[in-house]
Design a binder for this molecule. Structure first.
Ligand SMILES: NC(=O)c1ccc[n+]([C@@H]2O[C@H](COP(=O)([O-])OP(=O)(O)OC[C@H]3O[C@@H](n4cnc5c(N)ncnc54)[C@H](OP(=O)(O)O)[C@@H]3O)[C@@H](O)[C@H]2O)c1
Length: 256
C-alpha cells in the first residue's frame, strides 16, 4: 500500500522512536501530524521530515495526559489535516526502577497517565473518524515489558501489558470495518528512554546499554512503516522484536 499523501499522526514525535518513525514516513511521501510537549525538538524533526520528502508537516504542542487538550487538538485540526489515515500511539515513558513496595507514586501516575490513559485519549479522539471514513490504521507501541515483567519494573510493565490488551480489544471492536490495529513491541532500543527513566542520570542510563548492540529507533520505525504498507486486507496484529543479544525482557547477552 502506498503511503504517498496519507496523513500520519505520530505522538511523541520529538525524540527516539517517534522522531525516527516520522522520518521513515516522510521517506514514503506521507503528510505528517506530529505531537509532543517539546515544541523546539518537534520543529527540528518537522524540518528534517520536509527535507526527507514529507509534502506537508503540521506540529501540535500536546501533552497526551491532558484529556481535554487531546480532544481539542483533534477537533480543531484544519480541514486538510482532519482525515487521519494512520495513528502511531508512541508517546510513552518509564520512570524509576524500584521495588514495587518502595516505588514513587508520582512515577507510577506519570507512567499510567501517559502510557495507558494518554494512549486511550488519543485513540478515543481519532478512531471514530477512521470508522466513519472506512479507512485507517492504529499502530501502538508495546514492549517486551508487556509480555514478561522484570524486577523493579512492575508498573512500567503493567502499562505495556495494558497496551497489549487495549491493542487486542480495539482490533476486536473495529472488526467489520476496514480499520487495522497493530502493536509493535520492541525490546531494548537506544533512545532517551533510560535517561528519562533515571530522571536525567546519564551514567546510570548508559549502563543499561553496556555490552549490548541495542536496536536503533530506525529499526523500529522500519517495522512500523512495513506494517502500514501491507495490502489493505492484511492486518499485522503484533510484532515482537529484540536485539540479537536479547532473548526477552529479562535475558541479555552482554559483551565483556
Ligand atoms: N527505548 C526502548 O527500549 C523501548 C522499548 C520498548 C518500547 N518503547 C516505547 O516506545 C515509545 C517511545 O519511547 P522512546 O524509547 O522513543 O523514548 P524517548 O526517546 O524518551 O521518546 C519518548 C517520546 O514520548 C514523548 N512523550 C512522553 N510523554 C509525553 C506526553 N505526556 N505527551 C506527549 N508526548 C510525550 C516525548 O516527547 P516530549 O517529552 O517532547 O513530550 C518523546 O517524544 C514509548 O511508548 C516506550 O514505552 C521503548
Amino acid at each position: 500500500m502506498s503511503l504517498k499523501g496519507k496523513i500520519v499522526f505520530v505522538t511523541g514525535a520529538s525524540a527516539g522512536i517517534g522522531a525516527a518513525t516520522a522520518l521513515a514516513f516522510a521517506d514514503q511521501g506521507a503528510k505528517l501530524l506530529l505531537a509532543a510537549r517539546r515544541a523546539g525538538r518537534l520543529a527540528e524533526v518537522a524540518s528534517k521530515a520536509k527535507e526527507r520528502g514529507a509534502p506537508a508537516v503540521h506540529s501540535i504542542d500536546l501533552d497526551v495526559r491532558d484529556r481535554r487538550a487531546v480532544q481539542n487538538a483533534i477537533d480543531s485540526l484544519p480541514a486538510e489535516w482532519a482525515e487521519i489515515d494512520i495513528l502511531v500511539n508512541n508517546a510513552g515513558l518509564s520512570r524509576g526502577l524500584d521495588k514495587l513496595y518502595m516505588g514513587k507514586i508520582e512515577d507510577w501516575e506519570e507512567m499510567i497517565d501517559t502510557n495507558v490513559k494518554g494512549l486511550l485519549y488519543v485513540t478515543r479522539a481519532v478512531v471514530p473518524g477512521m470508522v466513519v471514513r472506512s479507512r485507517g490504521h492504529v499502530i501502538n507501541l508495546g514492549s517486551t515489558a508487556g509480555e514478561l515483567t522484570y524486577p523493579n519494573g512492575a508498573v512500567y510493565c503493567a502499562s505495556k501489558a495494558a497496551e497489549r490488551s487495549i491493542n487486542d480489544g480495539l482490533r476486536q471492536d473495529v472488526l467489520g470495518t476496514p480499520v487495522r490495529v497493530t502493536s509493535v513491541d520492541p525490546g531494548m532500543v537506544e533512545t532517551d528512554f533510560s535517561l528519562v527513566r533515571f530522571h536525567g542520570d546519564t551514567e546510570r542510563a548508559s549502563k543499561v546499554y553496556k555490552g549490548v548492540k541495542a536496536l536503533r529507533p530506525e529499526d523500529v520505525a522500519d517495522v512500523i512503516v512495513w506494517a502500514a504498507m501491507r495490502p489493505a486486507h492484511v492486518n499485522i496484529a503484533r510484532v515482537l522484536m529484540t536485539p540479537v543479544q536479547q532473548a526477552n525482557s529479562l535475558l541479555f547477552h552482554r559483551d565483556e
